[in-house]
Design a protein around this ligand. Structure first.
Ligand SMILES: C[S@@+](CC[C@H](N)C(=O)[O-])C[C@H]1O[C@@H](n2cnc3c(N)ncnc32)[C@H](O)[C@@H]1O
Length: 235
């Protein structure tokens, strides 16, 4: 996953408008006070969400949690796997953003995750999931891309190429190879990562929400162009 690239995550995604995304999240979670953000990465959303919510973040990568903590000392952070964690606390709302849900590798993992998130919500609490692509939305042949970002002292180039596995099967998977070049006056470092992400269908997502005790709708009008699942835990 992001093991090698964690330190460059914020630079690579410097085009992402976290401020306007959080404005939308805030409007969807009106009335909530406490918020758990799972798969929170480097805590970029929290820079804005912490103005209105008591924010707790959880991520599987300790490197990300360290960055998030340094950025947002007011927030509470935990290293954990969203499929199975126990914070011994219930929140008014839970979020799982920027397609992090796609890193789950099976329908069972999706079911366990939604059940785990339900246990961390108060009755009537809201769950927002920003999904990865559905199988229909994956367009073969358009999966080569390059991003270049720079600071005063470093330049980062990431090239990615994606393929689909198990196309037409119950759960197709996108497999993206990321190649990184990190340049500075000291020299050029290069490394690569593989990101495997499940292409859950809308029916599979909605079924997992319902099985975990949520009413849920899918909204095309998301934070970006990936849509949103808006769930409410039945009281
Ligand atoms: C694309 S990043 C999104 C990070 C952040 N939500 C954002 O919007 O910038 C995906 C995140 O999912 C996390 N992740 C993947 N699998 C996970 C799991 N099983 N439990 C918790 N976090 C996970 C990764 O470590 C990474 O931080």
């Amino acid at each position: 996953m992001f093991t090698h690239s964690a330190a460059y995550y914020d630079l690579i995604y410097d085009w992402k408008d976290y401020a306007s995304e959080t404005t939308k999240i805030r409007s969807l979670l009106e009335g909530a006070g406490s918020l758990l953000d799972v798969a929170c990465g480097t805590g970029q959303h929290h820079r804005y969400l912490k103005q209105d919510f008591a924010v707790t973040g959880l991520d599987i990568l300790p490197e990300f949690i360290e960055i998030a903590r340094a950025k947002n000392p007011e927030c509470v952070y935990h290293v954990g796997d969203m499929q199975n964690f126990d914070l011994g606390q219930q929140f008014d709302a839970v979020t799982c953003l920027f397609s992090s849900i796609g890193y789950l590798d099976s329908l069972d993992a999706l079911a366990h995750t939604l059940q785990c998130l339900a246990r961390h919500l108060k009755p009537g609490g809201g769950l927002i999931i920003e999904p990865w692509l559905t199988p229909d939305a994956w367009v073969s042949g358009r999966n080569l891309s390059t991003t270049v970002s720079q600071t005063m002292h470093k330049e980062v180039c990431r090239m990615s190429v994606g393929q689909i596995e198990n196309e037409g099967g119950e759960l197709p998977v996108s497999v993206q190879q990321f190649g990184y070049l990190i340049g500075s006056v000291e020299g050029i470092e290069h490394f690569s990562e593989t990101h495997r992400m499940s292409l859950f269908s809308q029916d599979q997502m909605l079924a997992a929400f319902h099985q975990a005790g949520f009413d849920c709708v899918y909204s095309d009008e998301g934070l970006t162009n990936r849509g949103l699942y808006l769930g409410r835990l039945k009281a």
